[in-house]
Design a protein around this ligand. Structure first.
Ligand code: ADP
Length: 424
């Protein structure tokens, strides 16, 4: 039997999942970040990678036929000609790229996804003024560099990680406007996520008891990996993430982009993963209720009776999707004395915002919604699931799996190639 290993480098730590050829989980490994102990992020990542490989039970390790890795989106680093990092990486949420945005705005097309302080391209332009830039030969994303540690080939990425570097995922090439920036280092060659890049370096295979012919595949980003884990695979299927914020992702045959609402699309084989994010969500619930109260109060909500309360739950003013208004005020009045009624009103109001979000994506040309999978802390709330089903008018269920590492293991199993539909 051939097994597959997915590795997730997320915001809180690294995880690994080994699956069989029927996508069943056989083994899972975890390694939380230890920044207090490690001198730098690169050392921390490298250690985590080796710890995860060392934790794979021996009899499983010998059967792993392919490995893929996901990293956090727009976490990048520069390396020299041998793949050695020349400076500290810039992490996904590092905003220092804001200093070059003015220059970038004059070159990139209006409203392009690279026009954000945290985009990979803005970070790369900011890095150009570092003294270490003189030794730099390659720009790599976190997932690219970690995969390089396994297969030993430099300068390779995937079209999920490369989107925010400016790569044109429709034409499969870097756009001409990017050349105007005259970036004096090698931008990665971009492959479809899941494409086999090469076999494991022999010394890694023998050190960790893995197969010499085990393939290392092009990776993806953490949020796309979590989408792949959900079970959604057909156009019209979506995943709502009910975490601190509300994040919607809808699989569609059409690509849609609208910078006013922060809407953009990732390529997924022949399909597009469209989406947007609202500032409403679990962080507002957390402001009023403990997790225990959320469980006990939700139990008493009569899902079939709509609440009369019409809120727009926000912690501070402003939202972008589905309402683009930086001055939009939180609406949390009138507040009933009964906390259960208040929670009911909040959950209903968020369900309306979610529904409006999917309507907006569809109005902009995305496929009609057929099913919604659910991830994040709010996915455990069955009352909310019922309320959301009433508004969304399609089946609403929990995701099959919410672990990015599981989605990345699926990627290692099925090369996305040209058809997402045919491959998962
Ligand atoms: P993130 O990773 O975005 O911080 P999580 O996916 O861990 O978020 O989800 C945490 C959120 O889930 C919290 O903001 C909390 O309010 C919310 N949450 C936790 N339990 C429940 C529940 N039973 N019902 C609704 N929301 C919940």
């Amino acid at each position: 039997m051939v097994l597959y290993l997915g590795i997730d480098f997320g915001t809180s730590g690294a995880r690994g999942v080994v699956i069989d050829d029927e996508a069943r989980i056989l083994s899972q490994m975890r390694h939380p970040w230890e920044m207090a102990i490690d001198a730098d992020w690169v050392t921390c990542w490298e250690k985590a990678l080796w710890r995860l490989l060392a934790a794979i039970p021996g009899e499983l390790g010998r059967q792993i036929g392919a490995i893929a890795i996901n990293g956090t989106s727009s976490t990048i680093l520069l390396t020299d000609a041998t793949g050695q990092p020349v400076d500290a990486p810039l992490l996904y949420n590092d905003g220092r790229g804001s200093m070059v945005l003015k220059n970038l705005t004059s070159i990139a097309p209006p409203n392009h996804t690279v026009l954000s302080a945290t985009s990979s391209l803005a970070k790369l332009l900011w890095m150009q003024q570092l003294p270490s830039f003189r030794q730099a030969r390659y720009l790599l994303h976190q997932a690219d560099w970690l995969a390089f540690m396994l297969h030993g080939k430099l300068g390779i990425s995937d079209y999920h990680n490369a989107l925010k570097l400016g790569y044109d995922v429709e034409k499969f090439q870097y756009p001409q406007w990017l050349e105007k920036l005259q970036i004096p280092i090698q931008l990665p060659q971009v492959l479809a996520p899941g494409t086999p890049i090469g076999e494991l370096r022999p010394e890694i295979a023998s050190k960790f008891g893995l197969r010499r012919d085990c393939l290392v595949c092009a990776g993806t980003t953490d949020s796309i990996a979590a989408f792949l884990a959900s079970g959604a695979k057909l156009p019209g299927e979506a995943v709502t993430s009910l975490g601190s914020t509300l994040v919607l992702k809808l699989l569609s045959r059409t690509r849609i982009e609208d910078a006013r609402y922060g809407i953009y699309s990732h390529r997924l084989g022949d399909l597009w993963l469209t989406g947007g994010a609202s500032n409403t969500g679990g962080a507002v619930l957390k402001n009023f209720f403990t997790d225990q109260e959320l469980v006990s109060l939700s139990r008493n909500i009569d899902v079939s009776t709509p609440s009369e309360l019409d809120y727009y739950p926000l912690l501070k003013e402003g939202d972008r999707f589905p309402i683009n208004d930086p001055q939009l005020l939180p609406r949390l009045e009138p507040r009933p004395d009964n906390p259960g009624e208040f929670l009911h009103g909040l959950l209903e109001s968020m369900a309306r915002i979610e529904t409006r979000g999917y309507e907006l994506l569809q109005n902009l040309g995305a496929d009609q919604l057929t099913r919604v999978y659910t991830a994040g802390g709010g996915a455990a709330n069955s009352a909310w699931m019922g309320i959301r089903g009433r508004y969304l008018k399609v089946p609403v269920t929990a995701s099959t799996n919410t672990e990015a590492a599981y989605g990345t293991a699926l990627l290692a199993m099925h090369k996305l190639g040209t058809s997402y539909l045919g491959s998962l």
